[in-house]
Each structure stands twice: as structure tokens, then as C-alpha cells.
Design a protein around this ligand. Structure first.
Ligand code: 5OB
Length: 435
């Protein structure tokens, strides 16, 4: 691979004699030649720039000087790369295309840029012209952007990177996600522990954990990349959906549409409204309308929820949509009821987790579960959590198992004359979540 860099500051490129690119130059893997634009300047002052035609601030680089320089340097098959803040943002895909060409000539402008006829002329001559930017901020000239391009392309040249595997796993490769966070020794540094899962030796869990961290980072920092994933149908796994949901993303639309919070008194009327809406749908078909109404009017009122929170319970909610409607809630208590508490002494208790049916399968329930349990751990220092679920509710059972719950007992309770049979599930909260 041959690079020719033309600049009024050729000394700037001493940086390319260092590190891996320097090594690659010495090994003959890349051939980097730096030229001083002033060598092609003419006249008493060797001027390379002049005032902008039509007025305006700053100086513009003259096309005649650039023409003489480029005519000398450009070879068959070359790409003419011109760094400019008005160019196309440079991507890894661009670098992958550029490494295929025999010569890249980088024309570094200073001042306000290069006369537009230079790009137009060489384009019309059949030379591929690539005007690129490093991002939406301003630099004084193209030199930094030239170094970025040369280094980014060089490391893709065959025989460059010692370990070819490191080329596949990095940011901006095919996955479309940012990299997961990385750790090394020491295991604890300034009171911060390396996440325990990384010492588990369980490679499937480590992979899942890393994918979760990569998704969460991408959701927090790069909405554009999340949208590309959604449009490309690249979010396939249920666990992906839950992580993105927990960061507020509605994966069905790619929009930021969810917010998680601990309910305050002022939220409780909406929580009660959701509870009243969802309760009838969760009732067995044998339940009568009067029974259902009576249950709602006594247990699912704003007052009932207020009593529960005053008694130490914590309610967490998910809001969604332009009206920020409560679409899911979880009710956790610091202690489990007497009949099951002995199954895991000291465990807290998830007494309800309800999601508007419109949001079933959206990842909202799973994300809310993790949010509610994290709240319980920080609020009560809980080391385990118990819950009961109807023995015939297969959907709920699958959901709890996915979230790291293990069956630890049974219980029965009566509603009216009917006996309900529950399985009791427990989850250890001292280890990382299962995913
Ligand atoms: N700012 N990318 C962002 C750039 C830039 C400025 C440049 C060239 C590329 O030259 C002034």
C-alpha cells in the first residue's frame, strides 16, 4: 500500500514513523511519502492560498498549486482523499474499501479549504475523489485527519496487525455495536471490583454479559447505531431486547420510549389504574365479574398501594409513549409472607409484576424485573428474593427461570372458595444476574 500525503506542514507526519505504522514502514508493508505543497508554489512569496472569491473570512487554497502537485504524485488507480469538515464522516467501511486500492493521495487543506475545482477536475478525469471528515467539530487543517486515515487503513493491510483475531472483534466491525468494557489485573483497584462473571470460566455467560454491556453502551451513546440494528433486523435474541428496553429503547420502533423509576405517592393513582386494567386479564375464566370487581375495589386502589408503600413496600414503574403512561409495575416487599419466608430466610419478596398486554414480548417485563431487584438490593440489602406463581402459568414460569429463579417450594392459598396452587421460586441476589 502506497500513501502520498501533501501538506504545508510535512513535519507533522513524523508521528507515522512511530508505533505499528512505523514498524510497517520499516518492514516495507506500507510506503508513506510526505510532500511539501510549497514545492509546487510559484512567485515571489510562494503563495499557496488567496482570498475567497465572493468575499468572506479566511483564505482558500489555490487550484493551480494543487494541480501541479497532484499531477506529479497521482498514479494509475489512485484515490484522492481530501479531509474537510464538509466531507462524508469517515467509517470503518470506508477504510475497508480504501485498503483495496494501490495508492491513496491525501491532500491536506489548511485555512478555509481547497478551491472546489480541484475535486471537480480530478473527479471528471476519472480519479476517485473521497472528501471525508472526522466528525462534527472543527480542526485547523486536514493533517490530523490524514494521520487518522493512514493509520486506519494501514492496520488493515495484510501483515500489519500481529494477531489477526483482534481485527474481528473490535468496535465498528460487522456487529454494529460498540465494544464491551474490558478489565485486567489487579482484580480490585481503588475499591472497584472487576465483575465476578469474568472469573466464572463460564464462556456462554461471559459472552452474554459482554453482549449486554455492548448493547447498553451503544444504547446510551449511539442512537444512530441502535436504529441501524433495528432496521437491519439484527436484534434477534430476547436478552438483547431486554437490555435495550432497560436503556429506554423500544426495539419495535428504535425510539427511546421507556423510563424506569421508583414510584412516589403521586404515581400511585396511575399504578392503581394499570392494576385495575390488567387484573381481570390475569384472572381464571371461572372468576365472576363481581369477584373481580370486589378484588379491584379492595386491593388495587390508590389507597391500598399507599398503605403498602407506607408499610415498607417499593413500587417500580415503566412509563412509555408521549403521554408517559405507566405500562408496567412491580411491587416488592422487604420480607416474604410467613408461610414461605423460611424457604429463604431474609429474602425480599416480589408480590406483583404486571405489564400491559400491549407490551408483552417487548422486553418491558424483564427489564422491569431487573430494575426492581436492583432497587431492592440497594434499598434493603437483600441477598435473595422469593416469589410465588400459579403452577399452571407456563409463561410466567419460563420468564422467572430465564431471570435466574429456581423452584424451592409450593404454597396454596384460598380466594373465596377456590384453592390456588403456586410454585415458590427463589433467586440469589449476591451473584450477577443470569445474563
Ligand atoms: N474537522 N474533520 C473534522 C475534519 C475537520 C477539519 C479538516 C479536515 C477534516 O480540515 C480543516
Amino acid at each position: 500500500m502506497r500513501f502520498d500525503i501533501i501538506s504545508t506542514f510535512p513535519e507533522f507526519f513524523a508521528a507515522l514513523d512511530l508505533s505499528l505504522v512505523g514498524k510497517a514502514q520499516k518492514a516495507g508493508v506500507v510506503d508513506i511519502r510526505v510532500h511539501n505543497l510549497r514545492d509546487w508554489a510559484e512567485g515571489k512569496h510562494l503563495a499557496v492560498d488567496d482570498t475567497p472569491t465572493g468575499g468572506g473570512a479566511g483564505m482558500v487554497m489555490r487550484p493551480d498549486v494543487w494541480g501541479r502537485a497532484l499531477d506529479t504524485v497521482l498514479e494509475e488507480g489512485a484515490v484522492l482523499a481530501i479531509p474537510t469538515p464538509s466531507g462524508k464522516p469517515l467509517t470503518q467501511r470506508d477504510l475497508e474499501a480504501l485498503v483495496q486500492v494501490p495508492q491513496i493521495v491525501v491532500a491536506c487543506g489548511r485555512y478555509e479549504g481547497i478551491d472546489a475545482r480541484v475535486a471537480e477536475h480530478y473527479g471528471a478525469e476519472g480519479i476517485r475523489v473521497f472528501e471525508y471528515s472526522l466528525g462534527d467539530y472543527v480542526l485547523n487543517g486536514g493533517e490530523v485527519a490524514a494521520v487518522a486515515l493512514v493509520e486506519g487503513v494501514s492496520r488493515l493491510v495484510d501483515g500489519m496487525v500481529g494477531n489477526p483475531e483482534s481485527l474481528v472483534e473490535e468496535s465498528h466491525s460487522v456487529e454494529g455495536l460498540l465494544e464491551y468494557p474490558v478489565y485486567t489485573q489487579p482484580r480490585e483497584w481503588r475499591g472497584i471490583e472487576t465483575p465476578a462473571v469474568l472469573f466464572s470460566g463460564d464462556h456462554a455467560r461471559i459472552r452474554r454479559w459482554r453482549r449486554d454491556r455492548a448493547l447498553a453502551r451503544t444504547a446510551d451513546r449511539r442512537p444512530d447505531m441502535i436504529n441501524a440494528l433495528v432496521e437491519g433486523g439484527k436484534i434477534l435474541e430476547r436478552a438483547d431486547v431486554e437490555v435495550l428496553t432497560s436503556r429506554g429503547v423500544d426495539v419495535r420502533t428504535g425510539r427511546w420510549d421507556y423510563s424506569f423509576s421508583v414510584a412516589e405517592e403521586s404515581d400511585l393513582s396511575e399504578v392503581a389504574a394499570l392494576a385495575a386494567r390488567t387484573f381481570p386479564l390475569a384472572c381464571p375464566p371461572t372468576a365472576t365479574e363481581t369477584e373481580i370487581r370486589e378484588h379491584i375495589d379492595t386491593h388495587l386502589t390508590e389507597n391500598a398501594f399507599r398503605e403498602l408503600t407506607r408499610g415498607g413496600a417499593s413500587i417500580t414503574t415503566v412509563r412509555s409513549g408521549p403521554e408517559l403512561v405507566v405500562v408496567a409495575y412491580a411491587l416488592c416487599e422487604p420480607n416474604a409472607p410467613d408461610d414461605i419466608a423460611s424457604l429463604s430466610p431474609g429474602a425480599c419478596y416480589v408480590s406483583k409484576i404486571y405489564t400491559d398486554p400491549e407490551f408483552h414480548g417487548s422486553g418491558v417485563s424483564g427489564a422491569l424485573m431487573e430494575f426492581a431487584l436492583a432497587d431492592a438490593v440497594s434499598r434493603w440489602g437483600s441477598t435473595a428474593v422469593l416469589l410465588g406463581t400459579n403452577q399452571s402459568n407456563r409463561r410466567a414460569i419460563r420468564f422467572y427461570r430465564r431471570h435466574g429463579f429456581k423452584k424451592c417450594g409450593r404454597r396454596t392459598f384460598e380466594v373465596g372458595k377456590r384453592i390456588h396452587r403456586d410454585f415458590v421460586y427463589v433467586r440469589d441476589l449476591t451473584v450477577d444476574p443470569p445474563r
